[in-house]
Design a protein around this ligand. Structure first.
Ligand SMILES: Nc1ncnc2c1ncn2[C@@H]1O[C@H](COP(=O)(O)OP(=O)(O)OP(=O)(O)O)[C@@H](O)[C@H]1O
Ligand SMILES: [Mg+2]
Length: 438
């Protein structure tokens, strides 16, 4: 029989709860003040405590702290009819298991208690441990990554143009920065340009600059990226998204190392190293005449091909633990990976590569019940974070609880919270409204 402590100052509410719990076979102790509650908690241990928040001169948060101090595994369920964002956040930070908004029906309460009980199961599962986590920025010691480091250590110190290829989220930008940081230009500017995000007609003036009056809208002289990054490195991301006319301009620049701002009559010599990246199949683009062959030969000198994460599963444990540590620190959490959790991570296909793993670890560090990232937690996160076409709803039935935890961890930052939860911001607002917390 499970023991339970109920703390509620309203006699009739307390009686109702106690009667319902006793009918379900619980062994219930009930008190009506924080003073009695705290002295009970000092005298004996309860696995589960259900407490009202607004009681007397002290509150349910004091009961929560006393319960967790006496027994860190104690699950405290708080209830109130006057919840605000602030009290909910304080309760969540204090480690409350869940939060019941009054009035609630008894089935809701039983449901929360069952979930609290479930956390006591499976506690014996072993934790996955990794000794000597690397402190480097780039994580990975699989064979293909070692090849990449070799390649990098030779090419980074030179001024050679480097092309980085790889699926989304494999670390192309990270590699580009490492090339810069390990070159003699490391103290000089590094400027990244997402060629796919700039309208083709504007890309040339963005990179090479423009003089006032060159076209409508060019209301003043503008310095281009190549000039502002002079003596440093320019990273041209998504180079496969550019059009043929820009490709010709870029080819000329790579051959002559001179820029002529749009509308200018004279050119200037510029000293920048160019690193490029793409997630396209460039050879195919060349064959289909969507990418200039002459430019392709010019940039295809040193190629770094980043393997997708599914081809280097051996790197998953290092990456997962690195991200786990990062988010435990950032959010002041104590998430830990179990062996089954790690196994599930290792066998997943990772369509979004390292970035997806990183986001998933962020989410699970905050949301995994009792910070235990096991198989169930990983499966839940995979389902929740898989791209959906309707973009509306992916949260499980414990969604209110998840929303509270994520908001507490992100200090109430709703856009960041929505991202971690895998829902749109407006969906989060709607849900908060329904929870009475808008
Ligand atoms: N090997 C790695 N070690 C540690 N962190 C990594 C590694 N690879 C990628 N990351 C992290 O994953 C995230 C995505 O990496 P990055 O932005 O470099 O990917 P990308 O290949 O440029 O993706 P996209 O094509 O979508 O732009 C970043 O936060 C990056 O720091
Ligand atoms: Mg990128």
């Amino acid at each position: 029989m499970q023991r339970l402590l109920v703390v509620e100052d309203d006699n009739s509410v307390r009686m109702t709860i106690v009667t319902a719990l006793e009918c379900e076979g619980f062994d219930v102790d009930a008190v009506g003040s924080t003073r009695e509650a705290i002295s009970r908690l000092e005298g004996s241990q309860y696995p589960i405590v259900i407490s009202d928040i607004y009681l007397d001169e002290r509150t349910g948060l004091d009961v929560l702290n006393a319960a967790r101090k006496g027994n860190p595994k104690c699950q405290v369920i708080l209830m109130t009819g006057r919840g605000t964002m602030e009290t909910v956040m304080a309760a969540t930070r204090g480690g409350a298991f869940d939060y019941l908004a009054k009035p609630f029906d008894m089935d809701q309460m039983f449901d929360v208690i069952r979930r609290a009980q479930a956390t006591f199961e499976g506690e014996e599962e072993k934790e996955d441990v990794v000794e000597d986590l690397p402190t480097s920025e780039m994580i990975g010691s699989s064979a293909p990554m070692i090849e990449i480091y070799k390649n990098l250590s030779l090419s980074a110190p030179t001024d050679a143009t480097v092309l980085i290829e790889g699926e989304t989220g494999t670390g192309k930008e990270l590699i580009a920065r490492m090339i810069h940081n390990n070159s003699r230009r490391s103290e000089k500017p590094f400027v990244a340009v997402d060629c796919g995000a700039i309208a083709p007609t504007l890309l040339e003036s963005e990179l090479f600059g423009v003089v006032k009056g060159a076209f409508t809208g060019a209301d003043r002289d503008r310095v281009g990226v190549f000039e502002s990054a002079n003596t440093g490195t320019v990273f041209l991301d998504e180079i496969g998204e550019t059009d043929l006319s820009f490709q010709l301009t870029l080819l000329r620049f790579l051959q002559q190392r001179e820029i002529r701002p749009v509308g200018a009559s004279r050119s200037k010599v510029i000293d920048v190293r160019v690193v490029l990246a793409t997630n396209r199949d460039m050879q195919k683009m060349v064959d289909e005449k969507k990418f200039r062959e002459d430019l392709w030969y010019r940039i295809n000198v040193i190629r770094i091909q980043l393997p997708p994460l599914r081809e280097r599963h051996g790197d998953v444990p290092l990456l997962a633990h690195t991200f786990l540590n990062r988010y435990n620190d950032r959010y002041n959490m104590s998430g830990r990976l179990t062996e089954s959790g790690m196994k599930t991570l290792e066998t997943y296909a990772w369509p979004g590569n390292v970035r997806q793993l990183q986001h998933m670890m962020e989410r699970m560090t905050i949301l995994a019940p009792q910070g235990r990232i096991d198989e169930a937690a990983v499966r839940e996160a995979i389902v929740a974070m898989e791209p959906r076409d309707n973009g509306s709803d992916s949260l499980a039935d414990t969604e209110a609880d998840q929303i509270r935890r994520v908001l507490a961890a992100t200090n109430g930052n709703k856009s960041h919270a929505a991202k971690i939860l895998g829902i749109e911001r407006k969906t989060l607002y709607r849900k908060l409204e329904r929870m009475g917390l808008a």
